[in-house]
Design a protein around this ligand. Sequence first.
Ligand SMILES: Cc1cc2nc3c(=O)[nH]c(=O)nc-3n(C[C@H](O)[C@H](O)[C@H](O)COP(=O)(O)OP(=O)(O)OC[C@H]3O[C@@H](n4cnc5c(N)ncnc54)[C@H](O)[C@@H]3O)c2cc1C
Length: 329
Amino acid sequence: MDKRTNLNLSGRKHARVIIVGAGPAGIGAAVALARKGIRPVVLIDRASNVGGIPALCKKKPGAVPTFVSWLHGRALVGEQFVAGLEARLAETDVEVWLDSLVVEIHAAERRVTVASRAKGKLDISADAVALACGSRERSVAERGWLTGSRPARVFFTKHLFDFIDGNDILPMRRSIIVGSDLVAYSAAAKLSVSGAGQSIVLDRRRRPECNVFQRLYFNFWSRPKWHGSIQEVQVKGLGSVEGVKISDKKVLTCDSIVVSGNLIPNTELALLGGLEVRLPSRLLEIGPGNRLSSPGWFAAGNIRGGFHSAQWCYLSGKKVARSVLKYLA
Ligand SMILES: Cc1cc2nc3c(=O)[nH]c(=O)nc-3n(C[C@H](O)[C@H](O)[C@H](O)COP(=O)(O)OP(=O)(O)OC[C@H]3O[C@@H](n4cnc5c(N)ncnc54)[C@H](O)[C@@H]3O)c2cc1C
């Protein structure tokens, strides 16, 4: 798909609606708006392809899927889910700007500054702007309950997937997974299938964040041991991880820690650009009708906070499109 516009580098352009982020939420919003006759809708993403996180989760043949979406009784892996999004997008005249990083937003003017690989730096304004920039895993320090030394072999799930799926490397044999969302259970399954021992999943929550149905799915490959209601994880080991202390009496031995979940919304642009963002949670201030603090600004998908499924984010985009339509009317 190549629907990039031929913008003059320095020329500012105006769109009816700009959507920042072409993940499930951004595509949901863009498709819904275009179907209602809104144009031009400009969908901007820093990546070279649309799809957001699901597009990064291609299934390796024979491997445990990193991404699964259960739709109409079928389990779709990352590329299948993205193919569905692309097909819906292709039926519209949404302008998709790829390799285009939004570096600044200007709330009062409903304007964004884009650094585009092909076109350099340019500004574009709109009657309405929807932010659909997603979220990211909180750093170890930001979590606050992972204390102790910082030896080698503390990974994030992204690193684990890069090792196992991207490079056929298994740098651990006995892992403790901190966090209990869907991604944590997918990581445990990947480790088990790759030849590591059974992992341990632990979290501050009483019950795993991953729901029973999703856990049953990953049980096919592994049944990690669960430790809930953990108040503090003290990392042990100097050169490399040797274990974690989870209470006065209990130390679990391991050779690595995989950190999962605990997402933080990507709201820095909003904060710096003049939209109200709550601190320290960094959640956007969202009012009735999905409106942000400045007129004409909206937010869809994971940027609204929490860990949601890709389908939830797509539907969130559609819902926000209805709010944008009301605003434009
Ligand atoms: C490892 C992993 C596995 C997952 N597995 C599953 C699963 O199995 N099933 C499931 O349903 N969900 C899964 N999820 C969750 C799901 O992928 C997300 O909830 C969903 O993709 C969020 O959609 P979104 O559109 O809000 O954000 P994203 O998918 O994160 O998309 C945001 C987009 O915004 C772009 N962007 C961000 N900032 C800028 C900027 N400044 N300028 C331009 N573009 C920008 C990004 O490039 C990205 O394309 C998983 C998540 C992760 C991290």
